[in-house]
Ligand binder design. Structure first.
Ligand SMILES: [Zn+2]
Length: 260
């Protein structure tokens, strides 16, 4: 292909300049410290009070929170019923402020206990609510977070035709994100405070050369199954930010950034 002469000159002079002055091409700039450990704190269910506070705590540190919410109303789950959930007015506001808002079921059904077609219908209905009510929602970038982290092999095969990826139960430490990855596994711990479990999984992560910890947690202080204290979350994020090897990202953003 013939390049127009002006374009050719531009390319030629840019290459020549980069040979003589490597700084002009960016080669001499200090590379950012290489990240080897990813941490995703994946908050489920959508408690109004807790999620607003979690968002504030992440924002204060220029981080995005990973918030997974139930699409339609209050499910029949004692731990969720006891605390008011937020609504799409709040979810849209938090998304606009840079947080990740992802689906966590239509009404928090245990999809693994349902016939496949019913489970698929509920996933479609959940995604339909997101498409209708959450500005900028793109299923191609979405992570579906199974309620109760309960999936089946059939659902796992089907989900990537609907969304970018899904999160289900399994080990807390995933390998570094890889191209085409659709399955993330996580652990959670409850019904009491789950801080010790997070500390334990983090220690395991940091003892390895690299990896991606996906820990599924819920509300703050007294809200939800397996809560953590707000003060613990603040101290935890500060502790992680002090480590150069660690990057704190929501699940979807970790895939978009590294699984390419
Ligand atoms: Zn849940």
């Amino acid at each position: 292909m013939m390049l127009p002469r002006r374009t050719f000159l531009k390319i030629a002079s840019a290459s020549a300049a980069s040979l003589v002055f490597p700084m002009l091409s960016g080669a001499a700039e200090a590379a950012p410290p290489k990240k080897t450990h990813l941490v995703t704190l994946s908050f489920d269910d959508g408690f109004r009070k807790s999620f607003a506070r979690i968002a504030e705590i992440f924002e204060k540190r220029r981080l995005s929170a990973c918030l997974n919410i139930v699409a339609a109303g209050l499910p029949e789950d004692a731990y969720i019923k006891n605390s008011p959930l937020g609504d799409f007015t709040l979810w849209n506001e938090l998304k606009q402020r840079g947080h990740e808002i992802m689906p966590h079921g239509y009404r928090h059904e245990n999809l693994a206990r349902l016939p496949l077609d019913q489970a698929q219908d509920l996933v479609r209905r959940c995604l339909g609510v997101f498409a209708e009510k959450l500005g900028g929602f793109d299923p191609k970038q979405a992570v579906f977070n199974f309620p109760y982290n309960a999936s089946t092999p059939e659902l796992e095969r089907w989900l990537p035709t609907q969304v970018r990826a899904f999160r289900t139960g399994g080990g807390a430490i995933n390998p570094w994100p890889r191209s085409g990855q659709a399955k993330l596994t996580c652990v959670s711990s409850g019904p009491g405070n789950c801080e010790a479990a997070i500390d334990r999984e983090l220690a395991r992560l940091l003892a390895r050369p690299s990896g991606w910890l996906v820990f599924n947690t819920h509300g703050l202080d007294e809200e939800g199954w397996g809560p953590i204290r707000a003060s613990y979350l603040e101290a935890l994020l500060d502790r992680l930010l002090a480590r150069e090897s660690v990057e704190i990202l929501p699940a979807g953003r970790a895939l978009a950034k590294y699984a390419v």
